[in-house]
Design a protein around this ligand. Sequence first.
Ligand code: G3P
Ligand code: MG
Length: 286
Amino acid sequence: MIIKSDSNMKNKMSVFKIIKSKVPIIIAHRGASADAPENTLAAFKLAKRMGVDGIEIDVHLSASGDIVVIHDYELNRTARMPDGKPLKSRLNVEDLTLAELRKYDFGIWFSDKYSGEKIPTLEEVMDLIGSDILLNIEIKADRKKPFRKLSTAIANFLCEYSKKHSVNNVIVSSFNPLALNAFRSKARKLNLVIPTGLLYGYSPEVPWYLKRGQGRFIHNPDFMLSYCAGLQNKGDLSSIGLFKKRPVFVWTVDDVASATCLIQKNITGIITNVPEKMLTLKTVGT
Ligand code: G3P
Ligand code: MG
């Protein structure tokens, strides 16, 4: 039986409250990823210091069942051996335990300054970020990968975490509407209400028949997260059919002219690699 307690309904309300008070909200994509190695604690600390409204992270499930924060399905692009050399073979995140993943360096590929950065767990990131800014957890579950275990693990984890800390600032997003269904269904069984966001656009992770946001007919999300290309030619984005009644975040917007244009078309927030630059748009009251 599904019971929604008042306190859990507040989770959803709180996210909307945070968003409403800060529109246009500026979300750091994989942390402050233009200035620090993506999806590392260093990138999240830096984004916090910049004063962002939110942080976006990507998560996968390790072989030991730990939820780890990394974008790619393989380690190779962002992981190096402890001596800084590239990995000798292709390695999948899901094939390694947390202890094995921790042996690699996830900072040195970006700059020597960040050598020694380890792959973070979702728990470490949540402890660092706290509950004052939004946390957008993206379930990495493209159509070729099994997603149920990861979606369920995230719901279980958030439920446990919510017993000691607030999760009022959390949104769970994905390109895969089925992964969002699996997450929501498990979360509801655990009496946990977390808003969801459907990502769509011209990403290889989205099958062609869902590229224009049709995934919303499979999973009814609280937010739409649209790829930025093409939106500038459209009218008021808050009132066209696709987005109606749902706040819209746009990714990944790194130039001020595009961001200004999108904000004028009433989008709710921008996901960016350069949050410091985008935050200036708020202060000038664009
Ligand atoms: O949340 C928007 C963005 O993160 C989706 O694309 O590939 O950077 O995870 P990607
Ligand atoms: Mg992402």
